[in-house]
Write a protein that binds this ligand. Structure first.
Ligand code: DAH
Length: 358
């Protein structure tokens, strides 16, 4: 066996000479690795008699510890030196111009939702929420749309596979089920809006399979159709920022309201362009009506005592009209160039006080 003392000296010198971390790792393997003379010597201890084994074992372990300590000490020194070197050579040049950072933009749907919500919140509406995945009861039956009702076909519903009981969940086709959920959860009076996503199996110039609506619901003991008209006329004028925007209500039909109406705003299509305001034409922007007595009964309210109105307004169409966006489908193409062009500055969110006084 090589003289242990000489071995130790040789290994210590190698460790001390290591100029960088890879060299130190090599020295460590040579000194303490599986095939190092030290490890081999330790393996050979079994062949010695008891006294000799004890003595040699103590010596070998002491050498092993010293070599290990030396490796760690050298590692610390090398790391410190590397850091000193970086501190000495690398400098931050504070006079350099900053690198440009990509700025995010608010999607027009988000912006218009914020604007509509701000106006409605200003009138005293509270925001309520409901699930995108609905059951048949809340999306249809409770809204006075029984199973055989033709309105179901008109909705082009996305259904999930039926469960063992035959019940099919669906993607809500409108935000109206939130009316039901809210009236079931809380006692009247109600004054809520429910903004959110809605889904229908439809795709062309003016339809996308996912779109947004804001539902509105007011229920108490005295709210009447005059309130409905005042509220929605103010909403349209505040949103489009046209004080004398012409507005008309056309009789219509929805199963969950009686009477039902659609609201149009005045516009002009002269010369191919579309302009909101005074003109020869009308454009539909929302559906509304007095909540049907059957809907009130289904949620346990007495229609002889409670009444009120509801409305449902799409978000994309008003966004296209107000901000001159020609194609609905482009909203959901996730094209950054489009978003940079039509997007809004993140902090340009309307304040609640803006509402009608803006
Ligand atoms: N849920 C209707 C739809 O998506 C819109 C609507 C019409 C909602 C009249 C209402 C309402 O609350 O009163 O076509």
């Amino acid at each position: 066996m090589e003289d242990l003392h000489a071995l130790e000296e040789r290994m210590l010198a190698q460790i001390a000479d290591a100029g960088d971390l890879p060299a130190l790792e090599q020295a460590r393997v040579a000194a303490l690795g599986k095939r190092s003379p030290l490890t081999q010597a330790m393996k050979g201890l079994g062949g010695l008699d008891v006294d000799a084994r004890k003595e040699a074992g103590v010596r070998l372990n002491r050498i092993k510890r010293r070599l290990g300590d030396a490796v760690e000490a050298r590692r610390g020194a090398l790391e410190r030196a590397a850091l000193d070197e970086r501190l000495a050579t690398e400098r931050v040049d504070v006079t350099l111009p900053p690198r440009p950072e990509g700025e995010g933009a608010v999607h027009p749907v988000g912006q218009v939702l914020d604007e509509l919500i701000a106006i409605l919140a200003d009138m005293g509406f509270r925001v309520a929420d409901g699930p995108d995945i609905e059951d048949d009861f809340h999306n249809f039956t409770a809204l006075n749309i029984p199973p055989e009702h033709p309105a179901r076909q008109m909705h082009d519903t996305f259904y999930f596979r039926a469960d063992e009981a035959g019940e099919r969940m669906l993607l809500r086709t409108h935000t109206s089920p939130v009316q039901i959920r809210h009236m079931q959860a809380e006692p009247p009076p109600h004054r809520i809006i429910a903004p959110g996503r809605t889904y229908r199996c439809d795709y062309d110039m003016t339809h996308t399979p996912m779109f947004h609506q804001i539902e509105g619901l007011v229920i108490d003991e005295s709210t009447h159709m005059g309130h409905l008209k005042g509220c929605l006329i103010d909403l349209a004028r505040a949103f489009f920022e046209v004080d004398d925007l012409p507005v008309r209500f056309r009789p219509s039909y929805f199963p969950f309201t009686e009477p039902s109406a659609e609201m149009d705003i005045g516009c002009s299509r002269e010369g191919g362009g579309l302009r909101i305001g005074h003109g020869a034409d009308w454009m539909e922007i929302l559906g509304c009506g007095m909540v049907h007595p059957k809907v009130l009964e289904i949620v346990g309210l007495d229609p002889a005592r409670y009444q009120g109105f509801a409305f449902g307004i799409g978000v994309e169409r008003p966004a296209m009209l107000k901000y001159g966006i020609p194609d609905l489908r482009s909203f959901f193409d996730a094209d950054l160039r489009w978003l940079r062009h039509y997007g809004f500055a993140p902090f340009d969110v309307p304040s609640l006080a803006a509402g009608l006084s803006a």
